[in-house]
Design a protein around this ligand. Structure first.
Ligand SMILES: C[S@@+](CC[C@H](N)C(=O)[O-])C[C@H]1O[C@@H](n2cnc3c(N)ncnc32)[C@H](O)[C@@H]1O
Length: 254
C-alpha cells in the first residue's frame, strides 16, 4: 500500500478516523478473550499495540485494573485517543504513545498482557510475535486478532483485496504454528462473530461514506478513494465466508 498518494491517506483517514474502531472487534469478544487470561494479576501492566483511536483500549480500561500503554504509529490516531482519555478522566490509567511496534521503546519483560486487535500483521506476524514475547513477563498473556483464510480458492476480488493489505495472510493453522514456533503456549482461540465486523466498524463506516460522498461530489480523486473504501464492507457482505478474524489468547511460559 506504499504507493498510495498522500491524498488517498487524507481521505481514508477522514473515513476511518471517525469510526469507533479501525478494524473488526467488539466488547463481548474482548470480555471473552480476557476471561481466558485466568492468572492475570489484579493490577496488570497492559500494552495495546496498534491501538488506532483506542476503541478497544477504552474498553480494556473498563475491563482490567492497572495501567494501559496504547501505542500506534499514526499520530492523528494517538491524538484522538488522548482526547478521549482526557474526556473520560482516564489520564492516570492510559498512556497513549506514537511509536512503531517493531521497536516499541518499552522495557522487555515489563507487561502482564500484550493486546493487539488487527495490527500485528503490519510488521509480519512472526516478527510481531517475537516482539510481544520479549515484552511479556514470563507467564504474561498475548491476546490478539488476526485475519485468516477460512476457505481455499477465494474469489479473485477477495484475494486481490487482501493481497493489497495483507499478502502473507495464512490460515488458522498457520497462525497456531507461528505461535508455537515463537515459544507461546496457546490458551485458546475463537472466531469473531459477524456482528463484530458491523456494529463498531462497517455500519458506522457506511454511514460515514454516505455523509462524505455528497460532500466530495465535485472531487473525483476523493470520490474514487471513498468508492474504494466502500468495496470493503460490500466484499464482506458477499464473500465473508472466505475469511475470518480470529481471536488468539496465548501465554509466554512461566
Ligand atoms: C486495522 S487498524 C486496528 C486499530 C485498532 N486496534 C482497532 O482494532 O480498532 C491497525 C492499526 O495498526 C497501526 N499500525 C500499523 N503499523 C504499525 C506499526 N508498525 N506500529 C504501530 N502501529 C502500527 C495502524 O496505524 C492502525 O491504527
Amino acid at each position: 500500500m506504499e504507493d498510495l498518494t498522500p491524498r488517498f491517506w487524507e481521505v481514508f483517514w477522514e473515513v476511518f478516523g471517525s469510526l469507533p474502531r479501525q478494524g473488526p472487534g467488539n466488547r463481548a469478544s474482548a470480555v471473552k478473550a480476557l476471561a481466558m487470561c485466568g492468572e492475570l494479576p489484579e493490577q496488570a501492566a497492559v500494552l495495546d499495540l496498534g491501538c488506532g483511536v483506542g476503541g478497544q483500549t477504552l474498553q480494556l480500561a473498563e475491563l482490567v485494573s492497572g495501567h494501559i500503554t496504547a501505542l500506534d504509529s499514526h499520530a492523528p490516531a494517538i491524538e484522538s485517543l488522548e482526547q478521549s482519555v482526557v474526556e473520560r478522566g482516564l489520564a492516570d490509567r492510559i498512556t497513549a504513545v506514537v511509536g512503531d511496534m517493531a521497536q516499541p521503546g518499552q522495557d522487555q519483560e515489563s507487561f502482564d498482557l500484550v493486546w493487539s486487535e488487527g495490527a500485528l500483521y503490519s510488521i509480519g506476524l512472526s516478527n510481531a510475535l517475537k516482539v510481544c514475547y520479549e515484552l511479556l513477563r514470563p507467564g504474561g498473556y498475548l491476546v490478539f486478532t488476526d485475519a485468516v483464510w477460512r476457505k481455499d480458492n477465494p474469489p479473485a476480488a477477495v484475494k486481490a483485496s487482501f493481497d493489497l493489505d495483507y499478502p502473507s495472510m495464512g490460515t488458522l493453522q498457520d497462525d497456531l504454528t507461528a505461535l508455537s514456533t515463537c515459544g507461546f503456549e496457546l490458551v485458546g482461540n475463537f472466531t469473531l462473530p459477524d456482528e463484530a465486523w458491523w456494529d463498531d466498524f462497517y455500519t458506522p463506516m457506511e454511514a460515514r461514506l454516505a455523509e462524505l460522498l455528497p460532500q466530495y461530489a465535485d472531487d473525483p480523486e476523493a470520490t474514487a478513494v471513498l468508492k474504494q473504501v466502500a468495496e470493503e464492507p460490500e466484499m464482506h457482505r458477499r464473500y465473508g465466508e472466505y475469511y475470518a478474524y480470529e481471536f488468539f489468547v496465548a501465554r509466554r511460559p512461566l
